[in-house]
Design a protein around this ligand. Structure first.
Ligand SMILES: C[S@@+](CC[C@H](N)C(=O)[O-])C[C@H]1O[C@@H](n2cnc3c(N)ncnc32)[C@H](O)[C@@H]1O
Length: 234
């Protein structure tokens, strides 16, 4: 039976994994970053501890810490069991083994939970959902979606993806999304439609290879960039 989950699951990655998935270098890390659907990832907590600037939005943040912890723990058993049954659909280099993966995900969640109440007070964790973001235009330099857009292509249609990415590009001049595969590993059917929609709006849309692969074949991100006035001759 292929890897499958019901609905969008709370499952969190680390800063190191975000750097690989989005090919983030030091220049990127210094930008004002918005994470869309960061869930229980430790990206925000780790970035903040190192002096960088990240705001994360996720409907999960409406819950109390205990409820989030419970949901992640419930997800843990389901995902680890699915991974064990579909081991060959994944590449075990960035993450060497199933126990290592489990430990890394729980470390990410605990690091997130330890930072959650402070992050809420500081406005770094906000209960909000794509395709509507509660920010002024250009509040950020870079908006990211890790393991939300494209991954859940069955739950969210092409129109949702275009509206979500338009909103990300309203609040930041650049948006990146990873992976371009769905749960189960098939390519997302929305990638081509998204690229066509943005190319028609004169927005740069590029698929780029990144140094991270866990779902087999999933080592590409989509990068969308608004053209600057200089580029458009304005
Ligand atoms: C699989 S998790 C990914 C977490 C994190 N980005 C990572 O890669 O480790 C997907 C997240 O998307 C969130 N989500 C669901 N619907 C959303 C929406 N409409 N807008 C933003 N995030 C959403 C879920 O609550 C969940 O935390």
């Amino acid at each position: 039976m292929p890897f499958t989950v019901d609905g969008v699951v709370p499952w969190g990655r680390t800063m190191d994994e975000y750097c690989g998935m989005f090919d983030l270098g030091e220049r990127d890390l210094r930008r004002r970053i918005l994470g869309c659907g960061d869930g229980p990832a430790s990206f925000n907590a780790e970035m903040t501890a190192q002096g960088y600037s990240v705001v994360s939005v996720d409907p999960l943040y409406a819950l109390e810490a205990e409820a989030i912890e419970k949901r992640v723990e419930e997800t843990y058993d389901v995902i680890l069991e699915q991974l064990a049954r579909n081991r060959d659909d994944f590449v075990w280099t960035c993450v060497p083994s199933l126990p290592a993966l489990g430990q890394r995900r729980m470390w990410a969640m605990r690091t997130f939970l330890a930072d959650f109440s402070r992050g809420l007070r500081e406005g770094r964790y906000l209960d909000a959902s794509l395709p509507d973001l509660p920010f002024e235009d250009n509040s950020f330099d870079l908006a990211l979606s890790s393991h939300f857009l494209f991954l859940y292509s069955k739950e969210f249609d092409l129109d949702f993806h275009v509206r979500a990415l338009e909103e990300m590009l309203r609040v930041a001049p650049e948006a990146r999304a990873f992976p371009l595969l769905q749960v189960g590993g098939a390519p997302s059917p929305h990638v081509e439609g998204v690229i066509d929609a943005f190319t028609a709006q004169d927005i740069q849309a590029r698929i780029e290879k990144v140094p991270y692969e866990f779902q087999r074949g999933g080592s590409q991100m989509l990068r969308l960039r608004r053209r600057t006035a200089a580029q458009t001759g304005g």
